[in-house]
Write a protein that binds this ligand. Sequence first.
Ligand SMILES: Cc1cc2nc3c(=O)[nH]c(=O)nc-3n(C[C@H](O)[C@H](O)[C@H](O)COP(=O)(O)OP(=O)(O)OC[C@H]3O[C@@H](n4cnc5c(N)ncnc54)[C@H](O)[C@@H]3O)c2cc1C
Length: 399
Amino acid sequence: MELYSGSLYWDKTVEPSYRFEKVSEGKETQVLIAGGGISGTLCAYVLSALGMDVILAEKNKIGKGSSLASTGLLQYRSDKMLCELVDDIGEEQGRLFYRMCLEAMDQLTSLNESLGRATEYRSIDSLYYASEKKDVKKLVREYEFLRKYDFPVEFLDEDQLKRRYRIHKPCALRTWHDADVNPYGLIQALTRKNMAQGVHYFENTELDLDNIQSNKIITKEGYPIQFEHLILTTGYSKIYPIIKDKIIIRRTYAFCSKPMRDDLWKDNVMVWETKNPYLYFRTTMDHRIIGGGLDEDQKELELDGEKILIKAKSIAGQIETIFPNLDIQIDDAWNALFYGSKDGIPFIGKDPVQGNRYYLLGYEGNGMCYSMAGALILKDYILGKPNVYKDIVRMDRGM
Ligand SMILES: Cc1cc2nc3c(=O)[nH]c(=O)nc-3n(C[C@H](O)[C@H](O)[C@H](O)COP(=O)(O)OP(=O)(O)OC[C@H]3O[C@@H](n4cnc5c(N)ncnc54)[C@H](O)[C@@H]3O)c2cc1C
């Protein structure tokens, strides 16, 4: 199943310094991770740091799933506002969910500090603006809940937004503890760290996910892998029966510009908005703009390069209405499938029937932040430790 189409950007920025063999004999391990995207890579990191014996098996190449199509904005606030979560799951659960994301962001920041410059990780603020006047009330309510629980947030009224950021919108929330990153660079740097921590990697190794036994799975080439724990981090490639009625599939578009001047806008803040589907954009370390949006209710990829480019130009045009002094030239344009959940919360946890099988499916807009949070939750499951967040994201929750 193809997850994206068009011309991507991140794979042009960094070449992997490793290649892994495929599984060509039976294997045995304490933890088997299926999938080498950001979720599998973070799980491998967290568990191998504890000295666990870990195999990671990837059906294609490490880091070339949806993680490669990601635009690399890392934010503690999710597409689902805290005030909406309060309405849906209650104030305490909503607060905990946002706390989980904030902690995940802080973990990502300290992890990236240990990985060097290749990850292009930058701690950067986010601006979330009201697209229309009617959204101001909602943003004020969101601000009040965030403030009540000490989340890092500032409210900017129309005048402050204009003076400080030259953005002409009714108001915005500024948040910090956020970051932008080169997701492919992050996966590669972390893979090298994981190898040093003893993780055994295999590429071109597809696991037969439709025939998982309690302690064994077979590769598509027929080799068995025995495990004590199995973690499924297969992204959007596989829809598991336990969540099949709880997900939303969309098609989304993104682009990366040619390098531009170095003072694109104040503090290189990441920008997004209240409208749905929303426009979002960021800069890169070499002064490009990466933007995305125009989500469509489509379950198939757009394969026509011309049509993808038209969408990319439309997103760039929307950014130029925010910053009219920009003249954005597009270098790469792509579209991708993008999965959400009906309640706006990712699926992370134990299989209700098979106690040694776990899922980390970071569906929704800030999937990579969820990947970090999920790796920590699954670690606690495996260690048999309590975790205050696990009930909120568990696989068999009601909707
Ligand atoms: C256009 C776009 C923009 C996005 N922007 C952002 C953003 O700015 N910020 C953010 O936080 N998130 C963003 N996301 C979401 C983010 O990309 C995903 O949440 C994240 O990459 C998912 O990582 P993953 O490891 O779970 O999945 P993947 O990266 O897809 O990795 C799963 C891996 O599993 C492998 N696999 C599948 N089946 C098998 C099998 N049977 N055996 C072995 N291996 C298997 C696949 O080959 C794949 O490599 C964006 C997504 C898209 C599409």
